[in-house]
Design a protein around this ligand. Sequence first.
Ligand code: AP5
Length: 179
Amino acid sequence: MLGAPGSGKGTQAELLARTLGVPAISTGEMLRQAVSAGTELGDRVKGTMAAGALVDDDLMSEVVRDRLERGDARRGFLLDGYPRTTAQAATLDELLLGRGKPLSAVILLDVPEPVLVRRAVARRRDDDQESVVLERLRLYREKTEPLVQHYANRSILKRIDGDREVAEVTASILQALRG
Ligand code: AP5
């Protein structure tokens, strides 16, 4: 799942995972759990997340590698919030090469910027103050948006209008995955 902060990646990943019978793996959620549990990982990423910055690529590789090794991901998975940089995309390719199963689809949720900010600020998560949301958006444009072209070039990008009712968005994604 690719998309700006607040585009609905987490919401859609959870719904799709239930329908498709594969786990939704959200790197943001994993990091938030680590922070609230006070683990070593949580302590390392807490400040970065609060500032709306990106966690170091190498650390994220370790987190995702460990998660994909768990049994429930053997038959497939949905990734929400990873990869987010070109370096992470390269790491994911390597990890999947080892499994003999390349990435089958990348869903891009397209939502206009004013809607993104409105959704995030209304939610009130710790990193949802307007200034932090704007920094997350700036980093998305700079570091993550180049992945849109990267996956379009590989013909696996599915662009979905995410500014609709949640159920309508889910239906469009499922249709795109089947088509
Ligand atoms: P992460 O949790 O991934 O945050 P994000 O990408 O900024 O995304 P959000 O969770 O804000 O939005 P979303 O697109 O999932 O939308 P959601 O469904 O929640 O990452 C958090 C932080 O962790 C990062 O800033 C970074 O520090 C770190 N991190 C994580 N992964 C990393 C990585 N790979 N590399 C480096 N650092 C990493 O919806 C948002 C709101 O909108 C909700 O209230 C929802 O109810 C509502 N909503 C959803 N869909 C709709 C709809 N169709 N209509 C109306 N409202 C809707």
